[in-house]
Design a protein around this ligand. Structure first.
Ligand code: WT7
Length: 632
């Protein structure tokens, strides 16, 4: 399926063709998939409504392309290899035939409890094969999956379940994360107590088998449900533009929004980008360390690799357990060929010392990927030298939940690499840089806001239940362009470097956080009057969370800070916990009452010389206090 570009000449030729005649280009990429009925039109779009449709009239089922069509040649090839939390636990693998059977059984089980095409199923699971099986089972029967990262709190889970109006939650009993064992089912029970009124059933996969609370009215044991099912399930015939999944992500305002992806375009683009960016070859073992709770896991653990007929690894645990050599031990053990991780993990492991990778045979590695945040130069070189031994090209892949797949990346062995540059667009992708007014910044050596001017198959279709929000966030700022929220620069060779968000979104350890969301959580504390959150550079996390807090009637001590962190953990989860809290008597505001975040950012980043003009503030005196009490 889909092309694999093999040389720089081919890349240039493809790129040219994809720009001159996008419809023809994507028609070629799409026609090799299995379609029950071929598509009648390649693309219909306008960025005003917005309305984007790909492969119109085409009927397919993504699981047929992920699984069934490989059975003729790859029934006994491993589809998924699972490495457990602790190194001495047994490896589990599923061949394409076994994956087929498990997905069909699960699909039949979901049908038995009444799940139908279009229904939403929320997952709150650890990184075990059953998560991939469950997700694919939904796709098999046309149910819409929404995976919620299992680090989110009960409140955050409930918010997502309510927004998606899910009928079913699938969870585990407990999650193993390094030395910790997390009571997942309890979190689901708590979410059900908060709200989740749409949920009829909770399916529980017994991961550890430890005792849990059980409600006979709603709870179903995964094993009981699966046991009696046939390993054959007729795939639901899906329209290209039927919903495949919803994935919640943070924005600069309000609650997280449900990014909607549809079947046909997502299928074509994840397969295409996977094959090209990782240059996957038959027999290779590919490993992406992301969690399926994020888009990276959806596109490049489950769908992309399986569509391409690859062997994809899943790892249950954390990078540093039992020690900082675990990732490299896994690479050695499974002879991993393509390894894909986040800069935050690289920095954390780098900080543990250069000796760790030296203990393992990493000679199988051919391609190293990076994703989720800008990779700093030091981490890039360490990755190149200590992991790739200078022989495995680094693909710094830039993309977003909304883009569905990788947009900018070097092609390993084909285009050049340059530290901190995501470099070149994949064929079919038309990035542009614009100024604040939307004027194109053409030519090289320029900086601007990163936009995409032509649709691509896996782009966001809508934000679930709120199309206006999709329009205002991505398509209203600049006419006829998709706005990414990122700032970028183009170098003298036309390579693109993504610098970071230009909106009120921060990137903490590769996780996207809305500052407003964190502020709303902090404000839940009864003694907090107002707060403002900004990002600041953090050695390991990329960005840390810095909170300025106005309080009343309470002693400003460490205990109070702990309480604030506890509220955030309860409202969102531990990933949103502030790294630094500064109590203050006020916040810098404009005469119209708006918080001047620019000033707070400079204070948090210790860039006092760049505060700019503060004389127009309503309360310029506050700046002195803020600087004086800065939390170092
Ligand atoms: C934001 C999207 C899609 C993968 C996981 C994150 C930042 C992502 C890079 C990169 C610089 C990057 C951007 C983007 N980002 N990859 N290679 N270089 N920045 O998905 O949670 O939707 O976040 O992550 O700021 O907008 P996400």
């Amino acid at each position: 399926m889909t092309t694999q570009i093999k040389s720089i000449e081919e890349y240039k030729e493809h790129y040219q063709r994809s720009i001159e005649n996008p419809e023809k280009y994507w028609e070629e990429q799409a026609r090799h998939f299995y379609w029950y009925e071929p598509f009648e039109r390649v693309c219909e779009w306008n960025f005003t409504e917005p309305s984007v449709k790909w492969f119109l009239g085409g009927k397919t089922n993504i699981t047929v392309n992920c699984i069934d069509r490989h059975l003729a040649t790859k029934a006994n090839q491993k589809a998924i290899i699972w490495e457990a939390n602790m190194p001495d636990e047994e490896v589990v693998s599923l061949t394409y035939q076994e994956l087929h059977d498990e997905v069909c059984k699960c699909a039949n089980g979901l049908k038995e409890i009444g799940v139908q095409k279009g229904d939403r199923v929320v997952f709150y699971m650890p990184m075990v094969p059953e998560l991939a099986i469950g997700v694919l089972a939904c796709a098999r029967i046309g149910a819409v999956h929404s995976v919620v990262f299992a680090g989110f709190s009960a409140q955050a889970l409930a918010d997502r379940v309510d927004d998606a109006q899910a009928n079913v939650i699938i969870c585990s009993d407990f999650n193993n994360r390094g030395m910790k064992c997390i009571p997942v089912k309890q979190v689901v029970d708590d979410a059900m107590d908060i709200s989740c009124n749409s949920v009829k059933n909770v399916i529980v996969y017994r991961n550890t088998g430890e005792e849990i609370n059980w409600s006979d009215d709603t709870d179903i044991d995964w094993a009981d449900l699966m046991e009696k099912q046939e390993p054959i399930c007729e795939p639901e015939i899906m329209d290209s533009e039927d919903l495949l999944f919803i994935l919640y992500t943070s924005g600069s305002t309000g609650k997280p929004k449900g990014v909607v992806h549809t079947v046909g375009g997502y299928m074509v683009y994840t397969c295409y980008s996977f094959k090209n960016v990782f240059q996957y070859k038959e027999g290779d073992v590919y490993w992406c360390t992301a969690d399926i709770g994020w888009i990276t896991g959806h596109s490049y653990i489950v769908y992309g690799p399986l569509l391409a007929g690859a062997t994809t690894m899943m790892y249950e645990g954390v990078p540093t357990c039992p020690d900082a050599g675990r990732f490299w031990a896994i690479c050695e053990k499974h002879r991993v060929n393509q390894f894909y991780t986040a800069p935050t993990a690289i920095r954390a492991l780098m900080a543990q010392g250069n000796e760790w990778p030296g203990k393992y045979d990493l000679s199988s590695l051919k391609v190293l990927g990076s994703v989720g945040e800008p990779i700093n130069e030091e981490a890039w070189h360490w990755y190149d030298q200590y992991i790739g031994k200078g022989k495995a090209p680094i693909v710094d892949t830039w993309w977003q939940t909304e883009t569905g797949g990788i947009m900018l990346s070097p092609l390993p062995g084909i285009t050049d690499t340059k530290p901190t540059y995501a470099s070149y667009p994949l064929p079919g992708i038309q990035p542009v840089l614009v100024d604040n007014e939307g004027n194109l910044k053409e030519g090289n050596n320029v900086e601007g806001l990163l936009c995409i001017k032509h649709p691509w198959p896996s782009m966001i279709r809508t934000t679930y239940g709120d199309h206006e929000r999709c329009k205002s966030v991505y398509f209203s700022l600049f006419k006829n362009m998709y706005f990414t929220g990122d700032g970028a620069r183009r170098d003298d060779q036309g390579r693109i470097r993504v610098i970071g968000r230009v909106d009120d979104v921060i990137n903490v350890s590769g996780h996207r956080m809305g500052t407003a969301e964190v502020e709303n959580a902090i404000n839940e504390h009864p003694n907090v009057i107002e707060s403002a959150v900004v990002g600041y550079p953090h050695d390991i996390k990329g960005q840390g969370i810095y909170a300025f807090v106005i309080t009343q009637d309470k002693e400003l001590d460490l205990e109070f800070k702990d309480e604030i962190c506890a509220v955030v953990r309860k409202e969102i989860g531990p990933i949103a916990k502030p790294d630094k809290i500064q109590f203050t008597s006020g916040l810098p505001k404009t005469r119209s009452g708006k918080i001047m975040r620019r000033i707070l950012r400079k204070i948090a980043c210790n860039e006092m010389d760049q505060l700019g003009d503060i004389s127009t503030l309503l309360n310029p005196d506050i700046v002195k206090e803020l600087i004086q009490n800065r939390n170092k």
